[in-house]
Write a protein that binds this ligand. Sequence first.
Ligand code: A3P
Length: 315
Amino acid sequence: IIDSSQSSEEKDAALINELPSALFWDAMEIRKWKGFWFEPGLIKCAMKFSSSFQAGNDDVLLASAPKTGTTWLKALCLCILHQNHNIPENEDLLTQDNPQFHVQTIESSIYSTKPTPDLYSTPSPRLLHTHLPFNLLPNSIMNSNCKIVCVARNPKDTLVSLWHFFNSIFRGNQEPYPLEKAVDEFCTGVHQYGPYFENVLGYWSESQKRTEKILFLKYEEMIKDPKEQVRKLGLFLGKPFEKEEDLEKIVWRCSLERLRNLEVNKNGSVIYGVPNGSYFRKGIVGDWKNYLNLEMEDRINQTTLLKFKDSGLEF
Ligand code: A3P
């Protein structure tokens, strides 16, 4: 029940309490807000972000559904926008903290293990990230010249990556969460930040209409030809690579192999309960073949066909 004497925070909390709820991974309550499922703490932050964030003209917003290559994209954009190509190893920001720390996911920065810088006092160009779907972005993002870079990934690999990630967080030494249930929840969209399909489609459709505003990258293309995709990224961000060796340096600096072996990623945590190392697993295309049976494969394929029908989006 919403009462008129309540503060806006109390009103948000009351509204969240009335939203449909479900249990994610047998461990965490999620609620459905504006067509998508989130843990309630995220909804609270997302509401504030959606209603009050003022984008700057030179802001760069990274957007991705979870487990589609967020950490990689954060590392690459950090290097392109905030780092000289020739800095020595010990000054490389990536050796000092995980990319998730340097580029905060706006709606989940409340879960940071370290104090996070105030969004409004961060020097420009500000580099931000969100897992929120396109329709929940603040109006100022679309009405300013702020650019958006989105990364997306084959749904079957995304699901398998998600399954490993949440198993490591919620199941510890227990049996993994039943994969059939994870597939079912992925296909029905009842999972943290789900439905995945609509999340990706929102950015895809907009990227087709406004190519100067949104760059849509695919994880598979980045794996296949990282240099070409990073070249495209530099150009889009207004930082074209003049020397081939600079491009090669960034590709190496942000590679899974290098990041996973950095001391800072072997220990420590940027988000409570999430070890830095859990952001780096195999990083290959087609790993789903090692996990999904025919029935699961078919279920995800059918859902993908149905959801992406006529959109032109393919993986
Ligand atoms: P896998 O679980 O398939 O290995 P996110 O960063 O959105 O959470 O996505 C995590 C996925 O990206 C994981 O995929 C992880 O291994 C992969 N990844 C992380 N850093 C990467 C990098 N630098 N290059 C390529 N893939 C990377």
